[in-house]
Design a protein around this ligand. Structure first.
Ligand code: PLP
Length: 390
């Protein structure tokens, strides 16, 4: 399907709402029925109708159609955070005594689920280094029901060979879930590679304006229905109509935003790579990246997230650099218009900072939509603030 058609037209039925170009926000909790038979059929099958906004809502449905099409999936559910999307997809597919194989260091709250919540129900998780596909085969047990992936990882950037891992999972009758927040369906299509459930934090690129927290699940209608009728409606973690409307608005400009961020990132990457105060830079679509070949094979692009190491062992230098940035804000999240930075040293108390641990020395930069010269000038003066103090 044509991407412009998906973004501009698919799912929109303007004659139903006075030919308004922008769809209305159906800010309603419940829907009226005219006959008992209608009510009965909605009670029997809520998935295919409107009865109550904890389930489906027409504004959210426009978004669901577009996101499913972008992912090349049959169906989609939109949730009120990426984290709740992870929660619903995993919980709907495990039972007591099951085993999960997860790529090492998935998103923080996926780790929370695997490490603290699921063990309460006798569900265990084995983490594997996902850069070697055979590690997944080796970790599979008779009770393994899910292989959980995140490619690329949004902190460490390791990739998994999605097609190869999906094939192993299929042979063993294991469900695959892949967190695709880093790429979005524009730059990577997990479902086409054989993954069962493609997951995204829509807070990042889909929303794109730092004003909404949301998550997406895409897969077969049978799988989406299963999640909907279980965890989705029970936890009540579907997205609110207004937030769905914000995502629709964000989606209109997704391709152009990704294009601009990709260009900006290339310029900033080139600047960082030649900088005398930089020790090394990590970016997935770079010839120096250890999995560059795989990145080129399964991803159409990469943008925004770059990590780098400053030539210093001093946590104070990293702190000074981060605090001296004037326009690049220090904040969590990424994927919106504004450039952001997170110094890895913030994960430990200052006294326990250990320069031999790469993740503590690393600085993650998200390159936003500003002009690259503006971003680079800000980085340059922050680098200068370190060397001036030496
Ligand atoms: C942000 C993020 C999430 C969680 O999404 P929220 O919308 O913040 O709940 C999950 N996975 C990755 C890779 C993320 O970056």
């Amino acid at each position: 399907m044509d991407i412009s058609y998906i973004i501009n037209e698919l799912g929109e039925d303007r004659e139903k709402y006075f030919n308004a170009v922008a769809p209305p926000i159906m800010q309603t909790s419940n829907f009226v029925v005219n006959t008992v038979a209608e009510l009965r059929s909605l009670f029997y099958d809520e998935y295919n109708g409107y009865i109550y906004t904890r389930g489906h809502n027409p504004t959210v449905d426009i978004l669901r159609k577009k996101l499913a099409a972008l992912d090349g999936a049959e169906d989609c559910l939109v949730l009120n955070s990426g984290s709740s999307a992870i929660y619903a997809a995993v919980m709907a597919n495990v039972k007591a005594g099951d085993h999960i194989v997860s790529v090492s260091k998935p998103y923080t709250w996926a780790q929370k689920l695997f490490n603290d919540i699921l063990p309460r129900f006798g569900i265990t998780t084995t983490y594997v280094d996902g850069t070697e596909t055979e590690n997944f085969s080796k970790a599979i047990q008779p009770n393994t029901t899910i292989i959980y992936l995140e490619s690329p990882n949004s902190w460490y950037y390791q990739l998994q060979d999605l097609k190869a891992v999906a094939a192993i999972a299929r042979e063993n009758n294991i469900l695959t879930i892949c967190d695709n927040s880093y790429c979005t369906p524009l730059y990577q299509q997990p479902i086409a590679l054989g993954i069962d459930i493609a997951l995204q934090s829509a807070t990042k690129y889909i929303g794109g304006h730092s004003d909404v927290v949301a998550g997406v699940l895409c897969g077969t209608t049978a799988m989406m229905r299963k999640i909907f009728e279980g965890e989705f409606c029970t936890a009540g973690n579907g997205i609110a109509p207004f937030n769905a409307w914000l995502l629709l608005r964000g989606l209109r400009t997704l391709p152009i935003r990704l294009e601009k961020i990709t260009r900006n990132t290339q310029t900033v990457l080139a600047y960082l790579k030649q900088h005398p105060q930089i020790e090394s830079v990590i970016f997935t679509m770079d010839e120096a990246f250890p999995q560059w070949e795989l990145a080129k094979k399964q991803m159409k692009g990469a943008c925004g997230l770059i990590s780098f190491f400053i030539k210093t062992d001093s946590v104070h230098d990293i702190e000074r650099f981060s605090e001296n940035l004037q326009h690049i804000h220090m904040a969590v999240s990424w994927g919106a218009y504004e450039s952001l930075i997170i110094p890895g040293c913030a994960i430990v108390p200052e006294k326990r900072y250990d320069a031999s641990k790469k993740e503590q020395r690393m600085i993650r930069l998200y390159v936003g939509l500003e002009e690259p010269a503006y971003i680079i000038a800000d980085l340059e003066q922050a680098f200068k603030s370190i060397s001036d103090s030496d």
